[in-house]
Write a protein that binds this ligand. Structure first.
Ligand code: HEC
Ligand code: HEC
Length: 293
């Protein structure tokens, strides 16, 4: 009798292992297909990229407030960005003209394709690179970023390839990791030439594209960005922001200290990035967020 029960238990256990194995094989295959897909026929966009000092200065500011320097390093020479026993390795590219950098072979069209469409020179998806945010930039701002990237000193930094582990593929499959920006972008969207940069809610809406990746499309927050990080706050009229004054909002984004006395942690809410927004940019964000339904 005991032998029989043991036998049945072993068969059940074996079947579960087999089913799980088959399911993972399916996920692996699916995600691998998406990662290695070639994107052909993406419409070309061309606009003049002014290499003047005003554009370069604006580009430098944008590479700070859009987080390029957080992921690609202060000198934009790239780094091993994720190195985790479960997730594996994700590497951010060396954007300079040095050894191992893309700068020397990238044409203006390549820059535009990467930042607007999330694909590399071979038309393959860029991993983790949040191109759905840069896709929304005006031609003037995108041009300024490109002008700045082209102007920075060459740094030799040859980096290893990505090496994804099963957990990264599983989280990508269940849409729990922002792996493939290319799939989230409307590739036929026409970007405006420029936007008037004033302390208005309209300008705030344009800037808030940088908050959507974590605070969700409606900016009402919710589930953690990655498993294990805190719940994301509601930053619309139904959250705390609407109760804060303009000064309190600015202080929060500059120091990470909320009026309720909470210290935000930079690794989850990147206030060390938002502290570099100009006063005008922060006021614009405040005006947009506090009244957002
Ligand atoms: C969340 C981290 C993150 C941020 C923020 C980020 N990048 Fe990236 N970026 C990456 C990673 C990772 C890659 C490598 C993608 C790949 O090779 O699959 C990458 C790739 C690129 C590439 C393509 C390189 C190639 O191999 O063709 C360009 C260009 C680029 N980033 C520019 C920028 C600029 C400019 C900004 C700021 C506006 C920026 N990135 C912000 C993570 C980031
Ligand atoms: C990398 C993810 C990420 C990005 C990008 C991000 N946030 Fe946050 N933010 C968070 C998380 C997570 C919290 C909640 C942190 C906590 O409770 O400890 C938060 C909290 C906040 C708070 C505090 C809210 C409260 O009620 O205390 C404000 C204000 C805020 N974010 C504004 C912004 C704005 C504005 C932007 C865009 C310019 C932005 N965040 C971009 C993740 C992010």
């Amino acid at each position: 009798m005991l032998k029989k029960i043991l036998k049945i238990a072993l068969i059940v256990l074996g079947s579960i292992v087999l089913i799980l194995g088959a399911f993972y094989a399916f996920i692996h295959f699916q995600v691998e297909n998406r990662i290695s897909k070639t994107y052909e026929g993406i419409p070309e966009e061309s606009f003049p990229i002014a290499q003047d000092s005003a554009a370069i200065a604006q580009g430098a500011h944008l590479t700070i407030i859009k987080g390029c320097q957080d992921c690609h390093g202060k000198n934009l020479a790239g780094q091993v960005f994720i190195d985790d026993p479960g997730l594996g390795r994700v590497v951010s590219a060396n954007l300079t003209k040095g050894k191992g950098g893309i700068g020397s072979s990238y044409t203006d069209q390549d820059w535009i394709r990467a930042l607007r469409h999330g694909i590399n020179q071979e038309n393959k998806p860029l991993l983790i690179m949040p191109s759905y945010e840069t896709a929304m930039l005006t031609q003037q701002d995108l041009g300024a970023i490109i002008a700045y990237c082209k102007s920075i000193p060459a740094v030799d930094n040859e980096l290893p390839d990505h090496a994804l582990k099963p957990l990264a593929r599983i989280l990508t499959y269940f849409d729990q990791l922002p792996m493939l920006a290319v799939e989230k972008i409307d590739h036929s969207m026409k970007a405006p030439e420029s936007i008037s940069k004033e302390a208005t809610a309209d300008y705030g809406e344009y800037l808030a594209v940088s908050c959507v990746g974590c605070h969700k499309e409606n900016l009402k927050g919710g589930a953690p960005v990655v498993p294990g990080s805190p719940q994301v706050a509601d930053i619309t009229s139904t959250g705390n922001v609407s109760k804060w004054t303009e000064e309190q909002f600015i202080r929060t984004l500059r120091t990470g200290q909320t009026p309720e006395g909470k210290q935000l942690q930079n690794e989850f809410m990147p206030w060390q990035m938002t502290q570099h927004y100009t006063e005008e940019e922060l006021v614009a964000l405040y005006l947009y967020l506090k009244d957002k339904p």
